[in-house]
Unconditional design. Structure first.
Length: 310
């Protein structure tokens, strides 16, 4: 999908400045760089002006370029006025960044060691998977959820595979899930914040809104998962991954998996060497939309500097 013409139309007359801070020039530069995430994060961290341009324009263009069909689905319905709740930078970070797992902040799920966040090699988001995370009365909501990112961890003194996943609702404040949380007067968590936009979150376990189909979709046991949803509709969670046997089937009998064409998976992928963090195979189909994020990635201190660009 080429966004050159569309970008020019969106930015026509948007900024009279010349040079480094001209939005149109910056969009053309990053289009020529194929929206390299490393470069965009570094640019956004230079100063407040570039950070403001990134927040106003560049993160939006990156999302539209890298996940056009997912973004179109999130913007459809007309209830959000063409805006993304939590901001475009929050969505961009959610697409390309695994938040890891803190052993101190999980109320109903505890790992014996923390797992740091990291940029991902590839992510696959599916609304079919998202339906598995919705109780029956909320199945009309649109929720995209990624396959779990697999980490080595420790449980009860033994090594286990820990899955960390993330997702996003369309029009969350108009959703049935939001209405359920309001009706139940669910309390926001005191010590957990959304890793993508910094907003306060609900524990879906505490709110009793975790269906059994979520455990089956993730390949874990009941009680072996926890996830949070923030007031902007970003979801993040973790689970213990159980190795799938050859006879394991996806029997989500309370989830209808439609085969219509727009029920597609969405990829966020970078072209680089293999990452040390894998993606759990899950149960979603493999065909979808590939999204190249960038070729150069950093660790440690450099990674912290890149994250500050969000």
């Amino acid at each position: 999908m080429s966004n050159g013409g569309n970008s020019s139309q969106r930015l026509k007359g948007s900024n009279s400045e010349s040079g480094l801070f001209n939005e149109r020039i910056l969009v053309l530069v990053f289009e020529a760089m194929k929206w390299d995430l490393h470069a965009l994060c570094a640019a956004a961290a230079v100063n407040r002006k570039l950070q403001a341009v990134a927040k106003r324009v560049l993160w939006r263009e990156l999302c539209l370029n890298r996940a056009p069909r997912l973004v179109a689905a999130l913007l459809s319905g007309g209830s959000n006025g063409g805006k993304i709740s939590g901001g475009w930078e929050g969505l961009a970070k959610l697409l390309c960044y695994c938040c890891g797992c803190s052993q101190l902040t999980n109320l109903h799920f505890r790992a014996e060691k923390s797992q740091p966040g990291h940029f991902v090699k590839a992510s696959r988001f599916s609304k079919t998977s998202g339906r598995s995370f919705l109780v029956k009365k909320c199945r009309g909501d649109l929720l995209y959820v990624s396959d779990p990112c697999e980490h080595n961890s420790v449980k009860d003194g033994e090594e286990y595979d820990l899955g960390v996943y993330r997702g996003v609702f369309r029009g969350f404040k108009n959703s049935r899930t939001w209405a359920c949380l309001m009706r139940r007067q669910a309390k926001l968590e005191e010590h957990v914040k959304c890793p993508y936009c910094g907003a306060r979150v609900w524990s879906m376990t505490s709110a009793r809104l975790v269906p059994r189909s979520a455990a089956r979709r993730l390949g874990t046991q009941d009680g072996g998962l926890e996830y949070f949803v923030c007031v902007n509709g970003h979801l993040h969670g973790m689970c213990w991954l159980v190795p799938l046997s050859s006879g394991t089937e996806d029997d989500d009998d309370d989830v209808e998996d439609d085969d219509d064409e727009d029920d597609e998976n969405h990829y966020f992928e970078r072209e680089a060497e293999s990452s040390s963090h894998g993606e759990h195979e899950g149960t979603s189909s493999s065909n979808g939309e590939e999204v190249v994020a960038g070729e150069e990635w950093a660790e440690g201190k450099q990674l912290d500097e890149l994250i500050s660009g969000f």
